[in-house]
Design a protein around this ligand. Structure first.
Ligand SMILES: Cc1ncc(COP(=O)(O)O)c(C=O)c1O
Length: 341
């Protein structure tokens, strides 16, 4: 099987494993998505009625988590290399601040820690893109701040899944009880699960061509669907995590998944550099398990190059409405090659 076909069917784990064990001693609470985990993280941080500081380079739908926690968003600057503006003394005061590990790459937490010391904010590490990724010191992303969040559904072939990580024992002691698990009724997931073996058999280019034809019939040939503006205010349903998260997981293996995603990143980097596209991150540090390949450049010229390998390219992010019209160019020209269908 060629590498890109694993986008349609990642190898299964021979030995089922548990997220609770991987992230121990952090305490996990499962949710249906990362936004719901973030809403609970903000409540735990005491953000209700207060300000929450987010990066200005972010998906608009994250704002729904801030609204659900009864908080107000404010923003700090993000530079072209996706690091936070290090002069945290310029950041507005807030009760909680979000540090994002973009696309699985470890963020530098120093300015966030300095900010927390200065104004007493709780740092939340957003590792929604960073399942299995580690920093230079070998620490799992999502565990490096008092609270962390994961979006499991983005990196594992599951109907849904998000997680809140309480890394600080005092915060862990105040976690709400776990949500019940619920069988997923997602039609999309059932169809995908049925299609996966067929798409993997069709080979990378065949699978991509078949999916593109289906999307063209639906009228969204690029696969990109703009989110509903209500996504800034309302969290998606359901809230409960899928029942698959209750048992040990076999749908992907952490070690195989890490090498699969690193190999896909290297393949995409070769394609991008040959075509003169600019990678957002020039190198893949040891321990980084990328969620996608991020680059800057023309989407129209990049799409066919990656499609030939069976890979889909989408713009990222859908910026919050309040920021979109004044966003700098380096917040508007990023695209991602996805590693999971
Ligand atoms: C950086 C980041 N954090 C959190 C989330 C939320 O994850 P989910 O879509 O599972 O709610 C997203 C998803 O859009 C994201 O891009």
């Amino acid at each position: 099987m060629d590498l890109a076909a694993t986008v349609y069917r990642p190898p299964r784990a021979k030995t089922p494993w548990r997220l609770e064990e991987l992230f121990s001693p952090s305490v996990i609470r499962f949710h249906a998505c990362g936004r719901r985990a973030l809403a609970d993280a903000l409540r735990l941080a005491g953000a209700a009625g207060q300000r929450v500081l987010l990066p200005s380079f972010i998906c608009r739908d994250l704002l729904a988590a801030v609204a659900a926690a009864g908080a107000e968003p404010a923003f700090y600057e993000v530079r072209p290399d996706l690091s936070a503006d290090e002069d945290q003394t310029l950041w507005p005061e807030a009760r909680a601040v979000l540090a994002v590990d973009y696309f699985g790459f470890a963020s530098n937490l120093s300015p966030f820690q300095a900010y927390a010391r200065r104004c007493g904010a709780v740092v939340i590490e957003d590792a929604a893109h960073a399942l299995f990724s580690r920093d230079a010191g070998g620490r799992l992303l999502g565990t490096r701040a008092p609270l962390g969040i994961l979006s499991l559904r983005k990196s594992l072939p599951l109907p849904n899944g998000g997680a809140l990580l309480a890394n600080d024992p005092a915060l862990a002691a105040r976690l709400p009880p776990p949500l019940p698990y619920a069988p997923s009724k997602g039609r999309r997931f059932v169809l995908k699960a049925a299609a996966r073996p067929l798409l993997a058999l069709a080979g990378a280019a065949g699978a991509h061509a078949g999916l593109s034809a289906l999307r063209a019939l639906r009228g969204d040939s690029s696969g990109y669907v703009a989110p509903d503006p209500a996504s800034e205010r309302v969290l998606p349903e359901p809230a409960e995590p899928c029942v698959q998260l209750k048992r040990p997981l076999a749908c992907a293996d952490p070690a195989i998944e890490a090498s699969r995603r690193r190999a896909l990143w290297a393949l995409c980097d070769k394609i991008a550099r040959r075509a003169g596209l600019a990678p957002v991150f020039a190198e893949l540090p040891q321990g980084t398990v990328p969620y996608a390949y991020a680059f800057r450049g023309s989407l129209d010229s990049a799409r066919p190059l990656f499609a030939a390998e069976g890979l889909t390219v989408l713009p990222w992010p859908d910026l919050p409405a309040a920021l979109a019209s004044s966003a700098p160019e380096h917040h508007r020209n990023v695209a991602l090659v996805h590693f999971l269908w």
